[in-house]
Unconditional design. Structure first.
Length: 137
């Protein structure tokens, strides 16, 4: 899966706003994009995510806006489902370990999560963006 133009920048902006290192997974749980991981611990967690990319089963479907899931080799993670108007297309992930995600950071993630939007012209082009405005192919 290739990333849409602007997804990496939008993810980095969201990461900085929430104060968390973020990763986008597609629906197969493969890494699609990630924010800058600055510390050695952050880079180690990212290397585990990349090494095991696509190796996990997707979480069970739920109506919740976020899920805490234990990913083998990585640990406890917060997963926020990413959907288009028809189906789940992936997840926004941050490794939380034993810590709770601060409520303000969770609110920022839920409000600013990247979403996929269908093209208003042909309906088949997809774009991932923080701002789900009109898409034109």
């Amino acid at each position: 899966m290739t990333t849409a133009a602007g997804l990496d920048d939008a993810l980095q902006d969201l990461s900085e706003a929430a104060g968390l290192r973020l990763t986008v997974l597609d629906w197969t749980m493969a890494v699609v994009s990630y924010s800058i991981h600055e510390t050695d611990d952050d880079r180690h967690r990212l290397s585990l995510l990349l090494a095991h990319s696509g190796g996990w089963d997707p979480p069970a479907l739920t109506s919740q806006d976020h899920i805490i899931e234990e990913l083998p080799q990585v640990g406890r993670c917060l997963l926020i489902p990413l959907t288009d108007h028809r189906r789940r297309v992936g997840y926004l992930l941050t490794v939380v370990g034993g810590a709770a995600v601060p409520p303000a950071a969770l609110s920022t993630l839920l409000q600013g999560r990247p979403v996929s939007v269908s093209c208003s012209h042909c309906g088949s082009c997809m774009r991932s963006t923080i701002d789900p405005g009109p898409v034109n192919c």
